[in-house]
Design a protein around this ligand. Structure first.
Ligand SMILES: [Zn+2]
Length: 175
């Protein structure tokens, strides 16, 4: 188990598209453990994609529970579905509707956040580590996190989706 190094903007490797996973073996499970550890070690990480750690395979992890718990503590409404930890292999968006604008950050873009428009409701089809096919409906924040991570698999960052630089914000330093 290991915490892996994260590629950060403007590293050109973040633009490289990732390939579908075709061998579900021990190497894959080991890598996924490392990817989980790396996400959990990051500041406020609710998602991670394999290419962020220089592995160009279509694997994402999303877990919005920390945000759901935080909203609960602060007695704020959490506008999101919450499936807990999802480890998705070869994810595909099978439907998308609505449009919502919200602030996004990224482990690979430590200095900035931005307002990005994304669909509010999506359906994803993906494989689990056990090669089961799952169809998952996500809403709100969880849908946003999924779309953000799937973008990484196509070599896209949230920075590529900003309509105006007025929507870009310098992040406060993490303490
Ligand atoms: Zn990201």
């Amino acid at each position: 188990m290991a915490v892996l190094d994260i590629l950060t903007y403007p590293d050109a490797r973040l633009k490289q598209p990732s390939l579908p996973v075709d061998s579900f073996d021990k190497n894959l499970t080991n890598f996924i453990h490392d990817l989980e550890q790396t996400m959990d070690a990051g500041p406020g990480g609710v998602g991670i994609a394999a290419p962020q750690v220089n592995k160009f395979l279509r694997i994402i992890i999303v877990d919005v529970s920390p945000m759901a718990n935080m909203a609960k503590t602060k007695k704020r409404r959490f506008k999101s579905s919450n499936h807990g930890r999802l480890i998705l292999i070869n994810p595909e968006i099978t439907s998308a509707s609505g449009a919502e604008v919200a602030r996004e950050g990224c482990l690979s873009v430590p200095d900035y956040t931005a307002n990005v428009e994304r669909p509010g409701v999506i359906t994803i089809r993906a494989k689990t580590v056990n090669q089961e096919i799952k169809n998952i409906e996500c809403k709100g924040f969880e849908a946003r996190a999924m779309l953000h991570e799937i973008d990484h698999l196509d070599g896209k960052l949230f920075l590529d989706r900003i309509i105006s630089t007025r929507e870009l914000f310098r992040r406060k330093v993490y303490n």
